[in-house]
Design a binder for this molecule. Structure first.
Ligand code: COI
Length: 355
């Protein structure tokens, strides 16, 4: 398939305001789009002006949520170069989500080449301030204008770009997380291991209630018994227990986060022991009280490595490490962002430079 690049007039370019970078609010001038029709396959791949779509009110994704997304980032490098962090993993995971939602696979290599071309055209949008990056949002949805419940015959895949700063409004300070004991995010056999859009829609109710009560996000427990720790709203979770890193084992209902995997690889390389296993919430709470749980942090593309200072559980707040950012959290954050921003050698081959 060929990639068509549409020219934009000078007058169509937006003013680049890279000073206030609230997360996901501003978008660049261009986007990548491609379409799929059953019988014809993928077609009409183009880089075009960032603009609204015209879709029928009967579009299947609106009704039945046959849609998935990804999130990755581009980081500034010397001159006008840009670095992508493990982009192959995002497109690989997009196809895992697609398979779960009965959507045809995308050509991962082709889409990655199109993303690189898009980034080349939009490189001036990559912010260069501390902790800033260009957030990349690939999105895939079924767009047949038919209200029967079945897999769509038509699809739309697009990538939009947003210059961003920190995901949490307080930046790298310890977040307050509420342990959710009523609602569930995902269950065995469900869609928890994918970036199905509905996973996030279904999480809003609990997230909103947590925020009303002064928390940033919720920590999900398993859907069966609300006994085992799963993940936080927009990140995977890690605990430092007796000096070792412990994170819930992936078993179908947890998102296999790319930052999660990178953190495990990096931490092991730095000499930390990392254990993936089931973790009971009661073990965590007792551990915070006894001091065995020394640090808690989350990992994700948007939030990078975010310290957790408080866990609210059954009406009581449990303060981790005196509410301060822990040493190991700080260390891993520094090491990971050094690779992403290029101040440390890319010893794992995670970076893809766009010249
Ligand atoms: C990410 O970390 O990129 C995510 O997709 C999580 C969230 C912003 C929805």
């Amino acid at each position: 398939m060929e990639l068509r690049i549409e020219e934009l007039n000078e007058s169509e370019l937006k003013e680049k305001r890279l000073d206030d970078l609230s997360f996901g609010v501003h978008f660049t001038d261009r986007m990548f789009v491609m379409e799929y029709d059953r019988g014809k396959g993928w077609h009409s791949a183009r880089i075009t002006k960032f603009q609204n779509f015209s879709l029928s009110p009967a579009t299947m994704a609106f009704h039945y949520g046959q849609a998935a997304f990804e999130g990755l980032k581009a980081y500034p490098r010397e001159g006008s170069k840009v670095a992508l962090f493990r982009p192959e993993e995002n497109f690989r995971r997009m196809n895992v989500s697609a398979d779960r939602l009965c959507m045809p696979p995308i050509d991962e290599d082709f889409v990655l080449r199109c993303l690189e071309e898009l980034i080349r055209l939009e490189r001036d949008w990559v912010p260069r301030g501390e902790g800033q990056s260009l957030y990349i949002r690939p999105t895939y949805m079924g767009v047949d204008p038919i209200i029967r419940v079945r897999a769509s015959d038509k699809y739309l895949f697009f990538i939009i770009l947003s210059p961003v700063g920190a995901y949490f409004k307080n930046g790298f300070s310890a977040a307050r997380i509420l342990v959710e004991t009523e609602y569930s995010r995902a269950s065995q056999g469900g869609t928890g291991y994918t970036k199905f859009c509905g996973n996030y829609g279904a999480s809003l109710k609990a997230g909103q209630a947590a925020q009303v009560n002064g928390y940033d996000q919720v920590l999900w427990l398993d859907a069966c018994g609300h006994k085992y720790v799963e993940e936080v709203g927009s990140m995977n979770i890690f605990f430092v227990i007796d000096g070792k890193l412990v994170t819930p084992k992936l078993q179908g209902s947890i998102l296999p986060g790319i930052t999660r995997e990178s953190t495990i690889i990096l931490a092991r390389d730095l000499g930390y022991e990392v254990i993936e296993r089931q973790i009971e919430i009661e073990e965590v709470i007792e551990g915070i009280e006894s001091g065995n749980v020394q640090e808690v942090f989350g990992t994700g593309t948007a939030c990078v490595i975010s310290p957790v200072g408080t866990l609210g559980y059954r009406g009581k707040d449990y303060i981790v490490n005196g509410g301060q950012v822990g040493e190991i959290t700080q260390h891993l954050y520094k090491e990971l962002t050094s690779i992403q921003y290029g101040t440390t050698e890319d010893r794992f081959g995670w970076i893809r430079i766009i010249e």
